[in-house]
Design a protein around this ligand. Structure first.
Ligand code: FAD
Ligand code: SF4
Length: 511
């Protein structure tokens, strides 16, 4: 049967079993489409990274003897819509069967299901052969449970895949979790190696994107593009991580510094989310390197890394498929405010916010704690509507694809799911930020002041949040300590804090 096989932009899995098939009646189809560039306003580097990676992947397919139809954004036959493109190709090439890999996004999953239902041809959906769990494994794992603590799922995954285990049942190193030793502030040492960067010329692709009129956010250097866009690039970032960064990964996982964008982070999220690297391959490589260098690299650095990929990444995907489509509308804390304009300009006097946003605009990247405890913390404390927060996170990061963005943003960061992903809201006053970062020293605000003109905005916002949302947290045991501190607050002090917080919420541009 003459078969059309669709490959979506985040399905660049070189190891997929599809490509073992040498039959000549297979046509592969890939397309850059307005449908995908316009569902949210993306960072320009994200659009470029996807287009470049897709182009490299299609070239790789052709080099391996596959027949590929590739629509660039300006291809004259490109209808800019998946269904229209598919219908047109099926007709033009006398296609007898349509095949696709299961999408990771609910939106595309629905679109392709409906398309196949309407199609008068044989169709077949395939696994992407990327994840370590199926869409429904997480739901099965937590069946009958009231809470979805990630830790238990992670331990199960360690056992199931025999990763860092002794005698099939005990964790290597005697502990499942080394988080306690993973919380150091970075004070200028150890030296941070330069990231494994790239200096690619992407000016042609950029020109095509601009000519097409695609609206984007953020900045780009078209002659020095810094992200991996092929499998060899991605493997090189992985090797570099093992050889240079793994040694301190866990220690400084939560650290933040105004001049250090990547610290000891891997920069592998785009490589994995586009499927150019397989999560198992990443984990195995990192553990293999550690075993060869065990006298230099502590287990806590490695466990911290494995947990993110084997634990959090798979957990978020499972949560997505368990809770969609309702998850997309969840707003359990009933937050209604607008996201301040400075999220698109970095024009704020708050030094931590300025740097976290500026580097996101410049590099399409911020590491986890910046996303969670700086920009996410501020959005939650100012009671921003989760739709607005989601839109920003879905657009701005190089790695932002809904299955992993929305669960992190709405769930972990904004507590909009009422505590499915996070057992308590990730909120903090300025003191946590000061403890983990080097932002406060150069800030216009004083982190130790609670009220008054130059008091750190996070301080009053924090108490105001607890005060205003106390009804939501009264039965949450993990909030007991915070709530009892709130109760003990002097009434006058609390009034001053609430009044300053209201001023910040009403006039964010003044801060
Ligand atoms: P490293 O710190 O080196 O970690 C290694 C890998 O672990 C990452 O590449 C990633 O694949 C995985 N990982 C780590 N934390 C998480 C997590 N919480 N959930 C899932 N995987 C994780 N990650 C995305 O891939 N896409 C997103 O759109 C995204 N949005 C986020 C939004 C918010 C509000 C928050 C708090 C986190 C978000 N994350 C997202 C998770 C995390 O911040 C990024 O995966 C990480 O910063 C990517 O940088 P890195 O590759 O250098 O990660
Ligand atoms: Fe951020 Fe407050 Fe520190 Fe300024 S003082 S950097 S606003 S935490």
């Amino acid at each position: 049967l003459k078969t059309l096989r669709l490959i979506l932009g985040d399905q660049l899995n070189h190891k997929h079993s599809w490509y073992d098939d040498d039959s000549t009646d297979m046509v592969y189809f890939m397309a850059e489409m307005r449908q995908e560039t316009d569902y949210v306003r993306h960072h320009i580097q994200k659009v470029v990274a996807f287009f470049e990676s897709m182009r490299n992947f299609s070239q790789w397919l052709e080099e391996h003897g596959k027949s590929v139809i590739y629509f660039k954004i300006d291809h004259p036959d490109n209808e800019q819509d998946l269904v229209k493109n598919l219908n047109k190709l099926i007709k033009a090439h006398d296609i007898e069967k349509f095949e696709y890999q299961l999408p990771d996004e609910y939106r595309l999953d629905e679109q392709l299901k409906n398309f196949c239902n309407d199609l008068n041809l044989e169709t077949e959906a395939f696994n992407t052969e990327h994840f370590l769990t199926s869409r429904t494994d997480l739901e099965q794992f937590y069946k009958g449970k009231k809470t979805y603590t990630m830790e238990y799922f992670y331990r199960d995954m360690r056992r199931k895949y025999d990763i860092m285990m002794v005698n099939d049942k005990d964790p290597e190193g005697g502990k499942w979790n080394f988080d306690q030793s993973n919380r150091k502030k970075w004070k200028g040492k150890p030296e941070i190696p330069h990231e494994r960067g790239f200096r690619k010329d992407v000016s042609k692709t950029l020109e095509q994107i601009e000519e097409a009129g695609i609206k984007t956010i953020g900045n780009i250097d078209a002659y020095s593009f810094n992200w991996p866009t092929s499998r060899p690039d991605c493997l090189s970032v992985l090797n570099y991580f093992c050889e240079n960064l793994l040694v301190h990964f866990g220690d400084y996982q939560d650290a933040m510094d105004p001049d250090q964008i990547y610290l000891f982070h891997s920069r592998l999220s785009f490589a994995m989310n586009s499927k150019m690297l397989h999560p198992k391959e990443v984990i195995e490589k990192v553990i293999g390197y550690w075993r060869e260098n065990q006298n230099q690299i502590d287990i806590s650095q490695v466990e911290g890394f494995v947990r993110q990929i084997l634990g959090w990444r798979e957990y978020m995907r499972g949560m997505y498929w368990m809770k969609m489509p309702g998850y997309r509308r969840s707003n359990k804390l009933d937050n209604q405010n607008k996201l301040p304009d400075f999220y698109w300009t970095a024009d704020t006097k708050m030094n931590c916010m300025h740097h976290a946003i500026k580097q996101s605009l410049d590099h399409a990247y911020a590491h986890h704690i910046q996303r969670l405890m700086i920009t996410g913390n501020y959005a939650l404390l100012t009671q921003t509507h989760p739709d607005e927060v989601d839109e920003w996170y879905l657009g701005i990061y190089i790695d932002a694809i809904e299955w992993v963005e929305i669960t992190n943003t709405r769930g972990m960061s904004q507590f909009a799911d009422g505590g499915l992903v996070a057992t308590k809201p990730y909120v903090s006053s300025g003191s946590y930020i000061n403890k983990m970062s080097n932002y406060c020293g150069d800030c216009a605000y004083s982190v130790s002041k609670k009220t008054g003109e130059n008091a750190c905005p996070f301080n009053s916002l924090y108490w105001n949040f607890l005060y205003e949302k106390q009804e939501f947290f009264k039965d949450n045991q993990r909030m007991n300590m915070m709530m009892s501190m709130l109760e003990k607050k002097d009434q006058k002090d609390l009034e001053a804090l609430v009044s300053r917080a209201q001023e910040i919420i009403k006039n964010p541009q003044n801060f």
